[in-house]
Ligand binder design. Structure first.
Ligand code: ACO
Length: 310
């Protein structure tokens, strides 16, 4: 029996921050942001909504889609680098709010690749027969750690949450192959500073991301015993349209077969892949038996990919 995703959900805050709004805040232009990143607007959570509140909304959506209640959960994994507080974890906050039993709950820290880390960790527990239904959430309130005076980073990020339930699906469907990795030599290029804001060397991260997104997505396809031609849909981490396009071109997938929400939400870090997945499922862009590749990279540096049959 293979583990797969049986329900998805997502939540984005109502407040929209456009590129034109950012023109009033830092020395930038709508044209620069669009052409360099593909981003047009992003969502920003209000002061009274913290990371766990965003996560809760996405979790309820995923439980509903899977036809489950909080007490049906056997484990909660929350991928985030912007938890409400150092401890307790967002996962523990959700255990209580969702009415779950006294199950294991923990946060996973792998920046933008966090959801991939969460799903692949959940898969191990499910396929080993240890747990049945695992809630995996990718959530960020990046606006808390964004330096709104730094044009190099302020234009890139947004807030949001996405969730999925990992459970056994069948012998022929579910997660076919996976890859995870890390390279701590990349810490100087992307990290949270002593002032608790994001620092990024965009050019170095760009080079790494283009290489890893292309290699990792192809690796999982080959590991699954498939070829590029078998891939029906690609969900790349929504960091920058040029990085996403590089992964798509490497897999030789037509543009309409790649998920795209970076224009509306910017880079929501760990939330970007599950938000995209949830939107694609609800819009019917992913159909039963489709081979879907999810691939992400992030601060660490980290990366992760899965090939799955929906
Ligand atoms: N508006 C106008 N000009 C800007 C802005 C801005 N918002 N930001 C930077 N610039 C300037 C730079 O200062 C630079 O000027 P200079 O040449 O005088 O120094 C110029 O634009 C060009 O900069 P480049 O770095 O060459 O621009 P590039 O084409 O690489 O695009 C970008 C920059 C968009 C940041 C790109 O490098 C990128 O997307 N990198 C990857 C970022 C990413 O995906 N990070 C994900 C990790 S997030 C996480 O894990 C939490």
């Amino acid at each position: 029996m293979k583990a797969g995703l049986i329900g998805t959900g997502h939540y984005v805050p109502e407040k929209v921050l456009t590129n034109h709004d950012l023109e009033q805040m830092v020395d930038t232009s709508d044209e620069w942001i669009r052409t360099r990143t593909g981003i047009e607007e992003r969502r920003i959570a209000s002061d009274d909504m913290d990371t766990s509140d965003l996560a809760y909304e996405a979790a309820v959506g995923a439980l509903n889609e899977a036809g489950l209640n909080g007490e049906d959960l056997d484990m909660i994994l929350v991928a985030t680098v912007t938890s409400d507080m150092g401890f307790p974890s967002v996962a523990c906050q959700l255990q209580n709010r969702l009415g779950a039993r006294q199950i294991p709950a923990m946060d996973v820290s792998a920046a933008c690749a966090g959801f991939m880390y969460g799903v692949i960790t959940a898969k191990q527990f499910v396929e080993a027969g240890v747990h049945q239904n695992i809630l995996v959430i990718g959530v960020e309130k990046l606006s808390k750690i964004t330096n709104w005076e730094d044009r190099n980073t302020a234009v890139l990020f947004g807030d949001g949450a996405g969730a999925a339930i990992v459970s056994n699906v069948s012998e022929n469907r579910g997660i076919l192959a996976h890859e995870l990795g890390s390279d701590g030599t990349g810490i100087p290029y992307l990290h949270q500073t002593d002032e608790d804001v994001i620092y990024m060397n965009g050019r170095e991260v760009f080079k790494f991301a283009v290489r890893k997104m292309a290699d990792s997505s192809l690796n999982v396809v080959h590991q699954a015993g498939l070829t590029k031609d078998d891939v029906d849909y690609l969900i790349p981490h929504q960091a920058n349209i040029r990085i996403m396009e590089a992964a798509r071109e490497n897999l030789e997938i037509p543009v309409e077969k790649m998920s795209k929400s970076v224009d509306r939400y910017g880079n929501t870090s760990a939330a970007s892949i599950p938000i995209a997945l949830s939107e694609d499922v609800k819009a019917g862009r992913i159909k039963e038996d489709d081979v879907v590749v999810l691939v992400g990279f992030g601060g660490g540096l980290t990366w992760g990919a899965v090939a799955l049959k929906w």
